[in-house]
Design a protein around this ligand. Structure first.
Ligand SMILES: *Cc1c(COP(=O)(O)O)cnc(C)c1O
Length: 498
């Protein structure tokens, strides 16, 4: 066996920092470098055909066309592209992604968008309608989450809401407490956006573990607090397993130490309040808990707005001030903006406002009821399948693992039946985030029958290798995380390849 193969085989037994050290050295060895580059190229070539399906059948523009194209031709092309892609999400084969998707709702949002397509909230004097929509979106959302005196801003999505909040705590703690080496504490299940904020804003990430049912270890949170801690994070619910963190205990710890507590309700913000009213057992997660100082909630998920809006809420205006950007010295004039972007799409805020006001409390209640009923059916059916085990106690995101089969092969077999579900790792499992698409007649039954067929297929073809299954398997277990990360970067390169 060659030296690098032996190393690869045994490296998993080393402690993580040593692995990183070995990895850095090994990547500088030309022979090793060459070998992994070849490996990457192989994987990428396989992915390219599925990621770029239109190369042959549609015109490609690597540079501007010399003359503008005919508008009708462009529209015909777009309609044809839509036809290729629409049925998968429309017919309920996709986890999350399109949360409403009803034809008349989409048509209505499109009309609102068209009416406002030139609007930009940066120019509040030209489009006071845009600021009216945004102020009311924030107020309606805050009210829904029991923040009678809460405030906030509209952002472009959950990631931006989370990153804004983390930047806010960093600047708040620096000014109020002189913290220059800020740290945040988050369960390992917290959304990747918190890691992104940690990288972008130089905030040290301190991760705390969860148990087999995705419950955060509150004791580990308590132990992780130190004088550099600026914020503790909890999810309601978390993305991987749909489990709600013990927000009450965690936010109380934050309050006792005078640090921030952020509830990430990106996923659950527009579901949990209605689930509670419908009599579900929903643990407290919102501003009713005195320790909760900010909440992110996505209007573009279960708020049923078009993609591109989210809300970040703060308990106080003082805190929100640390999010804002102002400059008084720029030759371009006095400049200020509430979020990361400068110019912003006012039409998306208008469409968001239209979604919230056209659906209303009763509409959200009805939608939630349908989703929870669908979830109950699917959970009950999965519990009857001996090969599968549901992770945690969740309401509308159902994660499941298998102790006897390779769950990634099951994921892949579902893919062959048109399903686009989420593969997760640490632990290896998959999930479906239920949306209104799955409440349409026959969809939940089809999910279960396809799942049973997929399980049978995997059981009866143990020799089958499968395309992505080994990639998932490798990504989950490979000790050299830098190599996995390099592969993801290659994947992004591929996405931007014409
Ligand atoms: C979706 C999600 C986010 C991030 O949302 P984006 O809109 O994709 O940026 C954050 N947290 C949770 C729990 C989510 O489900």
């Amino acid at each position: 066996m060659k030296i690098e193969d032996r190393l690869m085989k045994n490296i998993g037994k080393l402690p993580a920092p040593m692995v990183a050290w070995v990895e850095k050295r090994m990547k500088k060895i030309p022979a090793f470098r060459e070998k992994i580059d070849k490996e990457y190229d192989g994987v990428m070539a396989e992915l390219e055909s599925s990621l770029k399906p239109y190369k042959e059948s549609y015109p490609v523009f690597a540079k501007l066309p010399a003359e503008g194209r005919d508008r009708r031709e462009i529209l015909r092309e777009l309609e044809s592209l839509r036809e290729h892609e629409e049925s998968q999400w429309k017919d309920g084969f996709v986890s999350g992604a399109v949360y409403h998707g009803d034809a008349s709702h989409i048509e209505f949002l499109n009309q609102v968008y068209a009416l406002n397509s030139q609007s930009n909230p940066l120019h509040a004097d030209v489009w006071p309608s845009a600021t009216k929509f945004e102020a009311e979106i924030v107020s309606m959302t805050a009210n829904m989450l029991h923040g009678e005196n809460a405030c906030g801003t509209v952002s472009s999505g959950g990631t931006e809401s989370i990153m804004l909040a983390m930047k806010t705590y960093r600047d708040w703690a620096r000014e109020m407490k002189g913290v220059t080496k800020p740290e945040m504490i988050a369960p390992v299940t917290a959304h990747a956006a918190f890691d992104k904020a940690s990288q972008y804003f130089g905030i040290k990430m301190v991760k705390v573990p969860v148990d087999a049912d995705s419950h955060t270890d509150v004791n580990a949170v308590r132990k992780a607090i130190n004088r550099n801690t600026i914020v503790i994070v909890g999810s309601a619910p978390n993305f991987p397993h749909g489990v709600i963190d013990p927000i009450q205990e965690m936010s109380e710890l934050a309050r006792q130490h005078n640090i921030g507590f952020h509830t990430d309700a990106c996923l659950g913000g527009f579901v949990l309040p209605w689930a509670e009213k419908l009599g579900c057992d929903v643990p407290a997660f919102d501003f009713r808990l005195p320790g909760v100082t900010s909440i992110s909630v996505d209007t573009h998920k279960y708020g049923y707005a078009a993609k591109g809006t989210s809300v970040i809420l703060y308990r106080s205006k003082e805190l929100r001030h640390y999010q804002y950007y102002t400059t008084t010295e720029w030759p371009g004039g006095l400049y200020f903006s509430p979020t990361f972007a400068g110019s912003r799409p006012g039409a998306l805020s208008a469409a968001c406002w239209a979604a919230l006001t056209s659906i209303g409390e009763q509409g959200y209640m009805n939608a939630t009821k349908k989703i929870l009923e669908t979830a109950d059916y699917i959970k009950a059916e999965i519990k009857k399948i001996p090969e599968l085990r549901i992770i945690g106690d969740s309401l509308f995101v159902i994660a499941f693992a298998s102790d006897s089969l390779d769950i990634y092969k099951v994921l892949e077999a579902m893919g062959h039946k048109k399903w686009s579900l989420n593969g997760l790792h640490k632990p290896s499992c998959m999930h479906i985030a239920l949306t209104l698409r799955h409440t349409e007649p026959g969809v939940k039954e089809r999910f279960i029958s396809d799942l049973k067929l997929a399980l049978d297929h995997v059981k009866n073809h143990p020799e089958e290798k499968g395309g992505m299954a080994p990639v998932y398997g490798m990504a989950a277990t490979m000790p050299m995380r830098g190599l996995v990360s390099d592969m993801l970067k290659k994947y992004l390169d591929l996405i931007f390849k014409v």
